[in-house]
Design a protein around this ligand. Structure first.
Ligand SMILES: [Mg+2]
Length: 407
């Protein structure tokens, strides 16, 4: 839709103008070139956000439960600085798995809305999709019976990579967690580490405050403490601004702190959250403190607000160097894959896929699936039930929701 309206405006512009035919042609070609560049830049950010998150996740996964001393003993004084490959593969963990299921949940809901003209709330479909992720962690491939997300037809996603117990328990429950009716009192980082697709998708579709709200509700499906879902709203905000509003990471974080501070002004934890994220910004600008000491002051990242604060610190300090940002993000005592993943999401959205060195991409597990999901989020469902154009493969993936064998 967006593409068509922009192209239409080109033609209206020329229709009202009084240029000669060659001048019109040149002007049109110039504008078309600008449009193509903007198009390529935006899709580069979608791909960068998801591939970047997966790269940080894969770098941090082998050291998730190791102290900094153990990491140094095993990998040397600089810690882990390149992938630890398993049979030539840099393995992603539950952070990236759930991020992909967030994306398919979004697209199942939006495709239904376009095909039927009605839909439930976005997080209802995302919950179905998370239930499908839960099945990958508790059943064997191939699944018997109905499932929603085509990702359940990808055997590699049935690998258990230290899935968070809060997510597993919440998704095993018949109850539905919301901000209004919390399913538990957890503020683990499992709610924020999977949220980047909300900023990518809804940051383009809606006013940014609505995207933040959706981010919070999606986190609250499994994490009921305010500090379990407020950081998810905050990360949604940062991703949306960096991707769709051409903001620097610094500008996006400053705006996030202002807007989230207003949105949750009556929450008793908001001052703590704002102080912690301010510390992350201050530490990123303090060149006298080393990465490890700065991260120690922000926490270990097992809980959502600390994971986000560490990611803000790393992505601000190294906003033009993807490698340095994710290396800083995983070398500490805490939840390295989640802090690596969130950092990779932010800096990947900012620099785009073209800003991520090949060494982080070539051995990355499921990189083709991750790229495909990023592209699907970008292109969106482009047809409706009554329109002439159809896309049978898209319908199979996001509408029929029957077993889809990925080619
Ligand atoms: Mg993990």
């Amino acid at each position: 839709m967006e593409n068509k309206s922009l192209l239409s405006s080109f033609f209206l512009f020329f229709k009202d103008d009084h240029y000669s035919i060659p001048q019109c042609k040149q002007k049109f070609l110039n504008l078309l070139l600008v449009y193509i560049i903007l198009f390529m830049e935006l899709i580069d950010r979608y791909r960068g956000c998801l591939i970047g998150g997966a790269s940080g996740d894969a770098l941090g996964y082998p050291v998730e439960f190791m102290s900094m001393n153990s990491i140094k003993n095993k990998y040397g004084k600089h810690g882990i600085v390149s992938y630890e490959l398993n049979n030539g593969i840099a393995e992603i963990s539950d952070d990236t798995q759930m991020t992909l299921f967030t994306a398919t949940g979004i697209l199942i809901g939006i495709t239904r809305a376009k095909m039927r003209g009605i839909s439930a709330k976005p997080w209802d479909y995302i919950r179905y999709s998370y239930k499908d992720w839960y099945r990958t962690q508790t059943e064997k491939y191939p699944l018997n019976g109905y499932h929603y997300s085509w990702l359940d037809d990808v055997p590699e996603l049935f690998s258990r990579r230290a899935p968070g117990s809060t997510c597993i328990n919440a998704l095993a429950s018949p109850n539905n967690g919301t901000v209004e009716n919390p399913i538990n009192d957890s503020k683990g980082c499992g709610g924020v580490m999977r949220i980047a697709p909300i900023g990518l998708y809804f940051g383009r579709l809606y006013e940014i405050g609505i995207a933040d709200y959706i981010g919070a509700e999606v986190a609250a499906l499994t994490h009921g403490h305010p500090l379990g879902y407020i950081p998810a709203a905050a990360l949604t905000h940062i991703i949306a601004l960096v991707t769709h509003h051409d903001c620097s990471i610094n500008e996006a974080v400053a705006d996030m702190r202002h807007v989230i501070g207003q949105q949750y002004h009556d929450d008793k934890y908001i001052d703590y959250f704002l102080n912690l994220t301010r510390d992350a910004v201050d530490l990123a600008n303090d060149r006298k403190i080393c990465d490890a000491d700065a991260i120690k002051r922000l926490g270990e990242g097992w809980v959502a607000e600390e994971a986000l604060a560490i990611a803000i610190f790393c992505s601000l300090r190294y906003s033009n160097d993807f490698s340095k940002a994710i290396i800083a993000a995983v070398n500490h005592n805490g939840d390295s894959d989640s802090t690596g993943s969130i950092t990779g999401n932010i800096i990947g959205a900012y620099l785009g896929l073209s800003g991520i060195p090949d060494k982080w991409i070539s051995n990355l597990e499921l990189k083709g699936i991750i790229m495909e999901i990023a592209d699907d989020l970008f292109h969106d469902c482009q047809f409706s039930e009554y329109g002439k154009e159809k896309d049978p493969e898209w319908e199979e993936k996001y509408f029929n929701c029957k077993a889809f064998r990925h080619k």
